[in-house]
Design a protein around this ligand. Structure first.
Ligand SMILES: *Cc1c(COP(=O)(O)O)cnc(C)c1O
Length: 367
């Protein structure tokens, strides 16, 4: 049995008629960049998240960078990001011309640890940018309180948490001034190419972000500033509009699959991910000793396991310049060394999950 980490093909086949018809409409109108299809998706997504505005952009990295650019940060201004996330989170800070400051994560939630953030705040701190890692909403109450106390802006990197809901509010609207999403194909809401989105309630910031993302143009050739070229294309918008209607069901299926793994792995020497309010399991990562051996065993038995992520970001060559030492971010480093992501997608079957669990059991039985 071969089980991929993510199965995009099965999902496409389940909604093929809807998708094919939507793509045909885009071809029929030749509305390829921004335009009516992007506008429709933006309206639907803003309503779904519960925000006044949504702006479709070219990818999730740009979503973060455009949001940060709208804040007019100075080169010495600091943005606090988690030490464990995809590099896009910190890259966007540099793209917006500000300084990356890493803070450790909480070993339980795997998201920004509010205490570590408190310790990282300086007179130059302007923004705290939590990531809802693996689909689990970060501790926004504590981070929001810190931001309010120090007069900082909160921006949510909700790239892994489309649709996650805490106390009636969706990720991207959990107290952040701005919420940012990636619609990379493997995300819970994924396009069929690169795409991203930004949500907010503030009219002025929304207008400013739209100008930045469209070459600094307030109208056709009225460039009021230099911006970037980051717009959603019509095909991606059409796919996303179709898929948005399924998102809540798919997220529920992921929660069911996560509970299914928890049951099957009970009693094995692995740590299953802590469930939390709104967790929608973009990734289902266990912690284990002998991580690399187990990973090899899984892959040798047809299980497409992965690692999210193999290094804490400050340990990467890309951030050598910051001069961090091993042990500076103990929780992020420990998680990076011990986590394995198991296959999870809405269509995963109980038989597939049985096979994954049996393969893990076989590994420990042989030790
Ligand atoms: C995927 C991802 C991004 C970037 O998204 P792209 O669309 O690939 O540019 C940003 N942050 C996090 C946490 C992500 O997982």
């Amino acid at each position: 049995m071969n089980i991929p980490l993510v199965d995009l093909k099965t999902q496409y086949l389940n909604i093929k008629d809807e998708i094919d018809a939507a793509l045909a409409r885009v071809l029929d109108r030749t509305a390829f960049i921004s335009g009516p299809f992007a506008a429709e998706f933006e309206a639907d997504f803003a309503a779904y998240i519960g925000r006044r505005h949504c702006l479709g952009v070219a990818n999730g990295t740009d979503a973060l960078a455009v949001a940060l650019k709208a804040l007019d940060l100075e080169p010495e201004d600091e943005v606090i990001v988690p030490a464990l996330t995809f590099i896009a989170t910190s890259e966007a800070v540099t793209m917006a011309g500000a300084r990356v400051i890493f803070a450790d994560v909480d070993p339980q939630t795997r998201c920004l640890d509010p205490e570590a953030v408190a310790g990282a705040i300086t007179a130059r701190t302007k923004v705290i940018m939590p990531v809802h890692l693996h689909g689990r909403p970060a501790d926004m109450a504590a981070l929001g309180a810190l931001a309010a106390e120090h007069g900082l802006t909160l921006i949510e990197d909700a790239a892994q948490a489309q649709g996650a809901k805490v106390d009636g509010s969706r990720a991207g609207a959990l107290g952040g001034l701005i919420g940012c999403y990636s619609f990379y194909p493997g995300k819970n809401l994924g396009a069929y190419g690169d795409a991203g989105g930004i949500v907010c309630d503030d009219d002025d910031i929304a207008r400013k972000m739209r100008i930045i993302a469209n070459h600094g143009a307030a109208d056709k050739y009225g460039h009021v500033t230099e911006g970037v070229n980051s717009r959603m294309d019509g095909f991606q918008a059409a796919v996303l509009k179709v898929k948005l209607a399924h998102l809540d069901n798919w997220n529920q299926a992921r929660r069911t699959a996560a509970a299914g793994y928890n049951d099957r792995l009970a009693g094995m020497p692995v740590e299953t991910p802590a469930d939390g309010p709104g967790h929608i399991y973009h990734v289902y990562a266990i912690e284990t000793e002998g991580r690399d051996e187990l990973l090899a065993h899984l892959r040798n038995n047809g299980v497409g396991a992965g690692i999210h992520y193999p290094d804490a970001l400050p340990r990467l060559k890309a951030y050598e310049r910051l001069g961090h030492r091993p042990g500076d971010f103990p929780a992020a480093e420990t998680l990076a060394a011990s986590m394995i992501s198991l296959p999870i997608f809405p269509e995963i079957t109980p038989e597939q999950q049985d096979h994954v669990a049996a393969t893990i059991k076989e590994f420990f039985d042989a030790r």
